[in-house]
Ligand binder design. Structure first.
Ligand code: SAM
Length: 469
């Protein structure tokens, strides 16, 4: 069978472990669409809640992604845009192979210890939302994206995920140079030539060339060389691409081991997962290959390495005088709105109040000196002399106080709210409150006797037609 895949790609893959030209071409010809998503454990705490979300997406045929605890395959792709649960951050739609990062992190780190984690190439946020779900509150996740517009999308997705222990930055890898020996875990999900996504996005095929592979390989080396000083001694580097090309995968591992004090961490892989273990030609370092003709997912390469020595551990700078602390009056204005879990800090930046998990509060002074921070913890709202105007980030988090009124909407009314229309409800409550769908918060509204003022962020509103649902 001939396929629409570039001949130069097919030839370049000959001899790579796990590559079988016939089945590889067949699976690309068949172009089956695999749909998978990962649930948000911050927001879905009960088995009943999980069942309700999965049932609403597909009454039958939902199955688990084998290498992750929160990932599910759906038998077909529903309209996620028209699902209020999607906008509530109940789940993230993520390609199944990528979820293997969970297994790699669990095998190589002890998250209970409280880790400082960097997701260097993070937009739109698939790996970051996964990492956030794995990390306890005493850990810090810095989720970075170099391209400004993509960093905005990343911040929106992490707002929806609702966690207070994440910092989103918009920096080039070399900007991390001053954070020597800072991170326990660095994830580099590198920009690549993208051949692993050809089945899902065939339009990417025309952009592929051997020259582009070579260019990506050089860029991957540059990114890794720039970021490695920020990894602690004994810290873990997880490197991944969605390219099948050895120049971006195994060859990068050999290059890393040639230039840095890194050792390979082999992972035990259950045979029934059909993941291919590869070894690099020069230094016998192992990596993991995902082929769409062998398992239910797209192409992925991933490898884990540990830093043998090198950098001294980072020392937090001493804070001369603590800025951003709230006065007793300001705390009074906040208290009707916000839960303050033990250890959390409220921080005032200009007139904005942030809710910071302890690890973020401790790290922010050092990070602020080096990085352009787009988002830190949860923005609670804007503080005036007399009141707090609550922020969308607070609505999407779990920090809103129990006494804040919550109004439940039907699916149709929830979609109207998400379109930033008036859902046409009359209510016994007056003033600010949250609107929710099936117990999951969607955003803020101001309730008036016959209508609501809809405070859903304009830039997030659904543009799609919802008539006739
Ligand atoms: N990890 C993301 C996820 O799971 O949703 C996907 C990341 S994507 C494979 C690679 C990212 O690297 C893109 O967002 C891209 O903008 C970014 N990137 C591009 N050039 C870069 C560079 N020179 N340094 C760092 N990141 C770069």
């Amino acid at each position: 069978m001939s396929s629409h895949l570039p001949a130069a790609l097919l030839e370049s893959l000959e001899g790579i472990p796990g590559y079988n030209r016939a089945t590889f071409e067949q699976v690309h010809e068949a172009a089956e669409k695999v749909t998978s998503l990962r649930l948000n454990p911050n927001k879905l705490r009960s088995a009943n809640g999980i069942d309700k979300v999965l049932q609403s997406l597909s009454a039958t045929g939902v199955s688990k992604v084998p290498w992750t605890s929160q990932g599910y395959y759906l038998p077909q792709r529903p309209s996620f845009t028209l699902d209020p649960y999607f906008h509530a951050g109940a789940y993230y739609v993520q390609e199944a192979s990528s979820m293997f990062l969970e297994y790699a992190v669990k095998q190589t780190t002890d998250p209970g210890a409280g880790l400082k984690v960097l997701d260097l190439c993070a937009a739109p946020g698939g790996k970051s939302t996964l990492l956030q779900s794995l990390l306890p509150d005493n850990s810090l996740l810095v989720s970075n994206e170099v391209i400004k517009s993509r960093a905005a999308l990343l911040a929106d997705n992490l707002t929806k995920w609702g966690a207070a222990n994440v910092v989103v930055s918009n920096n080039d890898p070399k900007d991390f140079a001053a954070l020597q020996g800072y991170f326990d875990l660095v994830v580099v999900d590198a920009p690549c030539s993208g051949s692993g996504l050809f089945r899902r996005d065939p339009e990417l095929i025309s952009e592929w060339s051997l020259d582009h592979v070579a260019l990506c390989s050089q860029r991957q080396q540059r990114i890794l060389a720039d970021i490695l000083p920020a990894l602690k001694a004994s810290g873990v580097l997880i490197y991944s691409t969605c390219s099948f090309s050895a120049a971006e995968d195994e060859a990068i591992l050999d290059w890393l081991a040639d230039h840095f004090e890194l050792e390979n961490i082999p992972l035990p892989i259950p045979e029934e997962w059909n993941i291919i273990i590869t070894e690099t030609s020069k230094r016998n370092l192992s990596g993991y290959r995902f082929y769409p003709d062998r398992l239910k997912g797209e192409g992925l390469f991933l490898a884990c390495l540990r830093k043998k020595g090198g950098e001294k551990e980072f020392r937090e700078p001493k804070q001369k005088n603590k800025t951003g602390t709230l006065t007793a009056k300001q705390l009074d204005l906040l208290s009707p709105w916000v839960n303050k879990p033990a250890g959390y800090e409220f921080f005032l930046h200009q007139d904005e109040v942030l809710g910071l998990a302890p690890a973020v509060a401790a790290a922010l002074p050092a990070l602020q000196q080096q990085l352009y921070i787009r988002k830190a913890g949860v923005k609670l709202g804007q503080l005036g002399a007399k009141e707090l105007i609550p922020d969308h980030q607070l609505a999407m988090s779990t920090l809103a106080a129990e006494q804040v009124p919550v109004v439940e909407l039907s699916k149709q009314a929830a979609l109207q709210y998400l379109k930033k229309e008036d859902p046409g409800i009359s209510l016994p409550v007056k003033g600010w409150g949250l609107v929710a769908y099936e117990g999951m918060q969607l955003g803020w509204a101001k309730f008036l006797p016959n209508r609501i003022n809809n405070y859903y962020p304009k830039e997030l509103r659904i543009l799609k037609d919802i008539q006739g649902l």
